[in-house]
Design a binder for this molecule. Sequence first.
Ligand SMILES: Cc1cc2nc3c(=O)[nH]c(=O)nc-3n(C[C@H](O)[C@H](O)[C@H](O)COP(=O)(O)OP(=O)(O)OC[C@H]3O[C@@H](n4cnc5c(N)ncnc54)[C@H](O)[C@@H]3O)c2cc1C
Length: 394
Amino acid sequence: MSSDSNMTMLELGRDHGDIRDGVRKVCEDYPAEYWRGQDEISEYPHAFVDAMTEAGYLGALIPEEYGGAGLPIRAGSVILEEIHAAGCSAAACHAQMYIMGTLLRHGNEEQKRKYLPGIASGDLRLQAFGVSEPTSGTDTTSLKTRAVRQGDHYVINGQKIWTSRAKQSDLMLLLARTTPADEVAKRTDGLSTIIVDLREAKGNGLEIQSIPTMINHNTNSVFMDDLKVPVENLIGEEGKGFRYILDGMNAERVLVASESIGDGRWFTEKAVAYASDREVFGAPIGANQGIQFPIARNYASIKAAELMVRQAAALFDAGQPCGAEANMAKMLASEAAWAAADDCMQTFGGFAFAKEYDIERKWREARLYRTAPISTNLILAFLGQHVLGMPRSY
Ligand SMILES: Cc1cc2nc3c(=O)[nH]c(=O)nc-3n(C[C@H](O)[C@H](O)[C@H](O)COP(=O)(O)OP(=O)(O)OC[C@H]3O[C@@H](n4cnc5c(N)ncnc54)[C@H](O)[C@@H]3O)c2cc1C
């Protein structure tokens, strides 16, 4: 089935209405004051994450046989969109949805039985993803963390950076090199995915250090010094880890794009209300084209990006290749949300800078998705070079 014919399958309008209503209901208990307070003290939003877990939303994508709801990624996408449209943030818990995908698709039955039911119930948190490193940046295959097999253990040495939620996670999915880059045919070979039990590892070869950032994101550096991890924690085959994380990354892009769609809706709603209400020179500022047109344009961009998110999700759920669509969805949605955020700042004038309006906080938060989990440039490079076949820059 081509991606074009999938377009006709997309249900336009407010799909998964029950889920949207349910998520909204949970979000009502976490108003702007809650998020402002957490942001002030850089605190992880435990109560919100617990409430989402209890309501079953974070285990939505885990199959029923492992205790989850067995819903398609489109449902996950709707959950995260709605959280953001309500002014809340899913950044503290979204990874719980997609990291387990690597385990689900490539782990053995014993690993799935060991971890997935706990992740579905919320007893176990797998929401730390150790890929990025300080020196290799986006060039993932040149990462330096080494896992060397010694008997029934891997001995791991290296450093990860930007490992978000590591302090609030029981488990971390680690990407490490098991065969040196100069001994493999392709640089994408020789990398492996390993589950690290952070509860055992902390203080026993693994240290976590917070990185203060401009948003409340609970992100960290993780240092591994002769960390011993049982070989049974290897996911799939040794040396094939890069392949395993790629399909997880498509899920991540679709889900993060959905958060941007939710942000875009939130900024648009705020901007429309303020522009219609605020009177300067005896008339509402929203009557001026300089205020009204950017908001209208952003609305159109958000709607267009939403279509790409839905197409990417439909392809993912149909088991079709969706790399290009997932990347485009993430790029278009994050750019549309950012434009909506910035124009909302402009619409609110000086009041946008007052914390009590929440615009500056959401503006800071929305900016992240143009950079992480993958930057706009790298998506353009992927499209230019892999989809359109132009010369490669890397
Ligand atoms: C708050 C936060 C949370 C994060 N959470 C996680 C996490 O949980 N786990 C994890 O593994 N990582 C995480 N990341 C890391 C994130 O995925 C990276 O920061 C992101 O992919 C960019 O990588 P980099 O910072 O190394 O930038 P670099 O790779 O150093 O790139 C810097 C700039 O150069 C551009 N550039 C590089 N190469 C090219 C090229 N060939 N062509 C054009 N432009 C190029 C990039 O687009 C970018 O704009 C997080 C980052 C942040 C800020």
